[in-house]
Design a protein around this ligand. Structure first.
Ligand SMILES: [Zn+2]
Length: 504
């Protein structure tokens, strides 16, 4: 039997500005899943990218007085730089305007939907938000403004291509209800089901080339129109695998893969849980198996938006404080349901309290004591000493609890299970007081007790290096190095974390 193989995608952001901390959340969550599944023997392909073909990009470039190509390239680079900055194990990136794989795939997708009879031309008039790149019905607006951007939509009248979304309500409902297309958390699944229950309307999937500033992929056989940026962008999940350009990746990861897991923000839920699956059904392709929807971050109490520049820059934060501090905050503080507020102060406080004080001190003390009392030689296997039962249980349980939490996309719960090891180890060390055992002599009964305590603590540190690897890859590697003997002895104790706050 071959190992399960999972295709894991993040949404491709518009590149109308530099990335903000809110987008880093989705990347870090995906990276944790990818690392955890790989650690447990699955094959994983983690796919990311940028959405270049957006009218928003054109408008932002014009506002900046720059050429669209230079502007888009520069911002796309900033997004791609998040990979190394946040220690992400992205396997592949696609840029929708640059990548030779994309356009032929979108064209093939379009033609497949056309062949099913799901594309037709219609004259249309509606209210369009350029920020969202979508039409809104008057009922969806809030006091006449876009609910996402709080701006007044434009009235647009034009002839477009439409996609017969109305045809797919029943099939989508059936797939979601049966769990064939799993949407988490449940509140989001219910939201999608309610939306489908309200009746699906066909949606416009092209724009006049002129209004799109000539930017985008022309409709096959109709060069006066470009393909709607959302239709174009959603296709990236399969064009990146060679849908339209050939190769084995598409068959391996999409058509024949065990799981197709997609992470999305709540603002683009309908596109991913309604439009995209309908497009897949229309073109005769399998659906995603899982869609996980995360909520939004605010920064210092304010909504983060790329264009307003109010979001903290995740690459700059990682450069200054290290990727682990940024990752830890995103994973430990952001709830599975509900928004979270980011501030640099909160990130520093969390890192200093848990990483430097809780985890770093623990590893440092344990390695230093083994160095001091046992010349760096880890005592041979020992029974769990009295008082070490909770720690032993936390170590044994961590892997299973982390796996179960990540299956529910609950990153806080997952980090809590790993964290329980550090917590119990610190409690144990303070109760067992190995420094006092060492004072009573290293031989005889006291010596045997010291061995058992040191061995148990060493096992805890090794387990932390292993269990934290998906969450804190850099720190976990440092912990594992501290726990790896060379020539029979552990290396000298070195700090695993530096304190980030100025106060000592
Ligand atoms: Zn909007």
């Amino acid at each position: 039997m071959t190992a399960p193989h999972t295709y894991l995608t993040t949404t491709i952001p518009y590149v109308n500005a530099r990335p903000h901390i809110g987008f880093a959340l989705e990347l870090v969550q995906a990276d944790v899943l990818a690392r955890f599944w790989r650690q447990h023997g699955d094959r994983v392909r983690f796919q990311a990218g940028t959405d270049d073909n957006s009218l928003k990009n054109v408008l932002a470039a014009q506002a900046a007085g720059e050429g669209v190509r230079e502007f888009v390239d520069r911002n796309a680079e900033a997004f791609l730089a998040l990979g190394p900055a946040l220690s992400l194990t992205v396997d592949d990136v696609i840029r929708t305007s640059r990548d030779a794989r994309h356009r032929p795939g979108v064209e093939r997708f379009w033609q497949a939907c056309a062949a099913t009879g799901d594309l037709y031309r219609k004259r249309y008039e509606g209210l369009y938000c350029t920020g969202c790149e979508q039409f809104y019905s008057p009922a969806e607006l809030r006091a006449g403004h876009c609910p996402e951007h709080d701006t007044e939509p434009q009235r647009v009248a034009e002839e477009n291509w439409f996609f017969r979304l109305s045809r797919y309500g029943d099939r989508l409902r059936a797939a979601i209800t049966a769990g064939e297309l799993r949407i988490e958390p449940a509140g989001r699944r219910n939201e999608v089901l309610a939306f489908i229950g309200g009746g699906l309307e066909d949606f416009s999937v092209s724009r006049p080339t002129e209004r799109a500033g000539g930017w985008g992929i022309p409709v096959p056989g109709d060069p006066g129109q470009v393909i709607y940026v959302w239709f174009d962008a959603l296709c990236n999940y399969v064009t990146a695998l060679g849908y339209g350009t050939g190769g084995d990746a598409y068959q391996e990861w999409w058509a024949g893969g065990s799981r197709r897991v997609q992470l999305v923000g709540k603002g683009v839920l309908r596109f991913h849980a309604v439009c995209w699956p309908a497009m897949l059904l229309s073109s005769g392709q399998p659906l995603p198996t899982d869609i996980f929807v995360h909520d939004y971050l605010t920064a210092g109490g304010r909504k983060i938006s790329k264009s307003s520049g109010s979001g903290a820059d995740p690459a700059a934060l990682a450069a200054e404080y290290g990727p682990d501090a940024v990752r830890w905050w995103l994973l430990r503080e952001v709830p599975r349901v509900g928004d979270a507020d980011f501030t640099v102060e909160r990130m520093i406080a969390r890192a200093d309290d848990e990483l430097a004080n809780g985890l770093g001190n623990l590893v440092n003390r344990v390695i230093a004591m083994i160095g001091k009392y046992r010349d760096g030689r880890v005592p041979g296997r020992q029974p769990v000493p009295p008082g070490g039962e909770n720690l032993d249980a936390a170590i044994r349980r961590a892997g299973g609890l982390i796996g179960a939490a990540l299956e529910e996309f609950d990153f806080r719960q997952a980090t809590a299970a790993a964290w329980a090891i550090a917590d119990e180890a610190n409690r144990f060390i303070n109760r067992a007081r190995p420094w006092e055992l060492a004072r009573t002599g290293c031989d005889g009964e006291g010596g045997r007790r010291l061995d058992a305590v040191l061995f148990t603590l060493f096992v805890a540190c090794s387990a932390l290096g292993r269990e934290l690897a998906p969450f804190l890859p850099d720190a976990a590697a440092r912990i594992t190095r501290q726990c790896t003997p060379h020539g029979g002895s552990l290396p000298a104790a070195r700090p695993v974390f530096r304190r980030l706050g100025s106060a000592g």
